[in-house]
Design a protein around this ligand. Structure first.
Ligand code: SAH
Length: 214
């Protein structure tokens, strides 16, 4: 993975553990067979069901920004291929990953299992509401963009927790870093302009977030 590594380092990814995880996890195992030849290119690739596996640089950036620690518990919203979950699995103790599309969740679950990433659990459901049974989380990584930050995700962040999340419309999004301090105070910092698929919300949600409905 020399190419990705040099791309990542050149673009400012410094965290040694993150670079090591990016090296250890083969992206080729997470893209459709016919695209394996392109798996080291620094761009998103289609994974079916209208979804994509994120660009390696963005995965590295999000992972670095949440400062994962070996004892942390992480929530990965938008499992997709399972690539981000696999990267996180190298860096924290446990990963809960939640995917809305059943076929993608099932594929990712099988893929992660067959590759031996056994500290990741894939759930099928609406990650707009996080995954309460596993909360709170020290780290939350969101790979689809809501119109506004889901309050439930903030709630599920542990004291001292960090979350990266793209927020915005289909054509204009910002990646944010949210941090909750020991007293529960939440601060946020703008990281970069980004382009993710929209975070969908379940039609059965009784308290639908208006701003996310377009
Ligand atoms: N982390 C993924 C990126 C996948 S793209 C990877 O490494 O490959 C974003 C994913 O978010 C898509 O698979 C999409 O189906 C999923 N998604 C969209 N809205 C969601 C929601 N409300 N809850 C869970 N997953 C959602």
């Amino acid at each position: 993975m020399g190419m990705i590594e040099s791309q990542l380092e050149r673009r400012g990814i410094r965290d040694k553990r993150v670079l090591q995880a990016m090296r250890a996890v083969s992206r080729a195992a997470f893209v459709p067979a016919d695209l394996e030849g392109e798996s080291e290119e620094d761009r998103p690739l289609p994974i079916g069901c209208g979804q994509t596996i994120s660009q390696p640089y963005i995965v590295a950036l999000m992972t670095e920004q949440v400062r994962p620690e070996p004892t942390d518990r992480a929530l990965d919203v938008g499992t997709g291929s399972g690539y981000q979950a696999a990267i996180l699995s190298q860096l924290v103790s446990e990963v809960e990953s939640i995917e809305y599309v059943p076929a993608l969740a099932e594929d990712a679950r099988q893929r992660l299992e067959s590759l031996g990433y056994d500290n990741v659990r894939v759930r099928c459901g609406d990650g707009y509401r996080g995954y309460r049974p596993g909360a709170p989380y020290d780290v939350i990584v969101v790979a689809a963009a809501p119109g506004e930050v889901p309050p439930e995700l903030i709630r599920q962040l542990a004291p001292g927790g960090r979350m990266v999340i793209p927020v915005g419309s289909r054509d204009e999004q910002t990646l944010w870093l949210y941090e909750k301090d020991g007293d529960g105070e939440v601060t946020r910092e703008k990281l970069a302009p980004v382009m993710f698929v929209p975070l969908v919300t379940s039609p059965t949600d009784d308290t639908p977030p208006r701003s996310n409905r377009r």
